[in-house]
Write a protein that binds this ligand. Structure first.
Ligand code: HEC
Length: 241
């Protein structure tokens, strides 16, 4: 008799254990804020399935703009994303920090950070991170090798930027306002044949002899993936929530 009862109860026990676990993951807030803002970590670029180089840090403020300690922050993201941790209380400087790995689908991953106000209203902050697939990673490496010294204004330990020496200024590939107006055919033409192919400066050299067609395709895939605002052509995979 007892054994039958136990068997009948078992599924219910497992289920309640599960839901108990998920509520235990979010601590009770000790304070409430009025706004949530980004401190750092948005708009990072990484390979699919790898951790973002920097953690994501958000801050909860009260209605005077002062940091709130002990407010609950919850992060949600698309399938396949790994948030470590996904929720927690803000520290003495009002901040909550999470280490994030993106999923295996290339695309833009939107992360939503939420905190509750005293009246129980949710306030949200949306952040975006980019996961490069195989082709875009190849494009990113080619960019480092051939293009970044002119198209990136910042110098790194490995690369001194040539940008300031250029009479005509190229655009960083993240500058969607300019690059999104160019078709794939335009990009192929200027990369293969140089600036004059589009009536632009010959400071933009032709790469059609140096790079193969598929390498140029990879560069274009990379340029499309990192553009801000996003390039909306079909073929770009948006990570689904
Ligand atoms: C020696 C410096 C230099 C290098 C290296 C270089 N570019 Fe450029 N690029 C330019 C300049 C200068 C322009 C702007 C030409 C104009 O507006 O008349 C330009 C323009 C462009 C444009 C048009 C959009 C814009 O920025 O105005 C694209 C696309 C482009 N380059 C892609 C590339 C790619 C891809 C590579 C690497 C394979 C590369 N460039 C390497 C200097 C460079």
């Amino acid at each position: 008799m007892t054994r039958i009862l136990l068997i009948a109860l078992l599924p219910a026990i497992v289920l309640s254990a599960c839901s108990g676990h998920s509520t235990a993951a979010s601590p009770e807030p000790a304070a409430y804020g009025a706004a949530i803002v980004e401190s750092s970590g948005g708009k990072q670029i990484t390979e699919v399935g790898t951790p973002l180089p920097q953690p994501v840090v958000v801050q909860v403020n009260d209605d005077q703009g002062a940091a709130v300690t002990g407010a609950l922050v919850q992060l949600t993201g698309p399938n396949g994303i790994y948030l470590d941790p996904a929720s927690g209380l803000t520290d003495p400087s009002g901040q909550f920090t999470s280490n994030i790995s993106l999923g295996v689908t290339p695309g833009r991953y939107q992360i939503v950070a939420t905190t509750k106000t005293k009246s129980g209203k949710n306030v949200d902050l949306k952040l975006e991170e980019i996961a490069l697939g195989y082709q875009e990673v190849l494009g990113s490496q080619l960019n480092d090798q051939y293009c970044a010294r002119c198209h990136n204004q910042e110098s790194s330990p490995e690369r001194v930027s040539n940008y300031d020496n250029l009479e005509v200024k190229p655009h960083p590939f993240t500058e969607g306002d300019t690059l999104n107006k160019m078709t794939d055919a335009d990009l192929t033409a200027i990369i293969s044949h140089g600036g004059p192919a589009l009536n632009k400066s010959p400071l933009m050299a032709p790469y059609g002899y140096t790079l193969s067609k598929s390498e140029i395709q990879s560069l274009i895939a990379y340029i499309r993936m990192v553009s801000d605002p996003p390039y909306g052509a079909p073929g770009i995979v948006y990570a689904q929530k």
